[in-house]
Design a protein around this ligand. Structure first.
Ligand SMILES: NC(=O)c1ccc[n+]([C@@H]2O[C@H](COP(=O)([O-])OP(=O)(O)OC[C@H]3O[C@@H](n4cnc5c(N)ncnc54)[C@H](OP(=O)(O)O)[C@@H]3O)[C@@H](O)[C@H]2O)c1
Length: 326
């Protein structure tokens, strides 16, 4: 496993991390502590040293499971957590000094840490990305030694460009073979400013594994059943905002391009081909997915033809419906 800096002069982390939105659960199913521990142990065994979480994942259970995991090992892991999505209603006003300080205290307690490696604003409403009070609060928490660094998780490229007016360390963004805009319009400024890129939803919610077809069934409460049109939250988080049937057509062409049914290592390696990316964070609902995903670390660099082929498939199937939205 190779390491990359999480941001300029930041800690070195494994280039493949672990996403924990679905830690210890299939999306929409109850949290299972034993399964969560198995997934985290598998990450450790496979050389993963970066974990992405959020205060709201599984009602705080994701952070608690990570806290227990951190106590088991003496090695250094870098944990990136997020705050804000527990707000109900989720408003711009809710992102204020008092709430942000409380969110950070809550994460510190659940993770069992004295200082967070990084906290991200968790896809707040767009005006938050230009709200001085929010970034001043984060600066105060840094000065107080509660957080080592901070950044933003964004839906739209424009939000990342706005946030870079402040001294953020990293941006978490949907980036995958079905979402090319960040590479074109966000990465150049991030590179210039030494801001790290955390690539989320790298498998387009599993679609880019190549394992789904028109008969695949998702759980009743799974967002891949309930959020295809953005009914619950931004639809860009579900299949990367790609219409399912269209996505399957594009996946069929990707399989032909790479000459395999198993797209996982190629989909993740494609992301790592972008030097601006600090870490890619595939989520795993079970331990075997973790070891399957780290194969990308040993996958040879993609060829120029493969990189151009991915772009051609994006241009043919995806660009028109996705590129303008995020
Ligand atoms: N707003 C935000 O900041 C935000 C939003 C979304 C995600 N995230 C973060 O990004 C992480 C990754 O995104 P994501 O989990 O939404 O999408 P993803 O990584 O693209 O897809 C994860 C899903 O793909 C399937 N999968 C993964 N590896 C597999 C394998 N080896 N074989 C077969 N299936 C596999 C699993 O589906 P099954 O569940 O069906 O097994 C898994 O739940 C999250 O865990 C979270 O930490 C952040």
């Amino acid at each position: 496993m190779k390491n990359r800096h999480l941001y300029k002069d930041g800690p070195l982390v494994s280039e493949i991390g672990l996403g924990t939105w679905q830690l210890g659960t299939k999306w929409g199913e109850p949290f299972n502590e034993v399964e969560a521990e198995k997934v985290l142990d598998e990450a450790y065994k496979n050389g993963i040293t970066m974990i992405d979480t959020a205060d709201c994942y599984n009602g705080g259970n994701s952070e608690k499971a990570i806290g227990n995991f951190l106590k088991k090992y003496s090695e250094k892991f870098t944990v990136v957590t997020k705050c804000g999505r527990c707000l109900n209603p989720h408003t711009t006003e809710g992102y204020n000094k008092e709430n942000i300080t409380n969110f950070v205290e809550g994460s510190l307690s659940r993770l069992g840490l004295e200082k967070l490696d990084m906290v991200l604003l968790h896809c707040p409403p767009s005006p938050v990305f230009s709200k001085d009070e929010v970034f001043e609060a984060l600066d105060s928490l840094k000065s107080a030694g509660k957080i080592a660094s901070y950044g933003v998780s964004i839906e739209k490229v424009s939000e990342g460009l706005s946030a870079m007016k402040y001294p953020i360390s990293a941006i978490e963004v949907v980036f995958n073979m079905f979402r090319l805009k960040p590479a074109e319009e966000l990465f150049p400024m991030a590179k210039n400013k030494g801001v790290g890129i955390i690539a989320r939803v790298p498998l387009a919610s599993g679609l880019l594994t190549g394992r789904y077809d028109e008969n695949t069934k998702f759980g009743e409460k799974d967002h891949r059943t309930t959020n295809r049109n953005g009914e619950r939250f931004d639809k860009g988080e579900t299949f990367s905002g790609v219409d399912y049937a269209t996505g399957l057509k594009a996946v069929a062409e990707l399989k032909a391009l790479f000459g395999t049914e198993d797209l996982i290592p190629y989909a993740l390696k494609w992301i790592l081909m972008h030097d601006e990316v600090s870490v890619v964070i595939p989520g795993a609902s079970k331990a075997s997915q973790v070891s399957s995903n780290v194969r990308a670390a040993e996958t040879p660099a993609l060829t120029k033809e493969q990189m151009e082929g991915v772009k051609a498939i994006y241009d043919k199937y995806i660009r028109q419906s996705v590129h303008g939205l995020w």
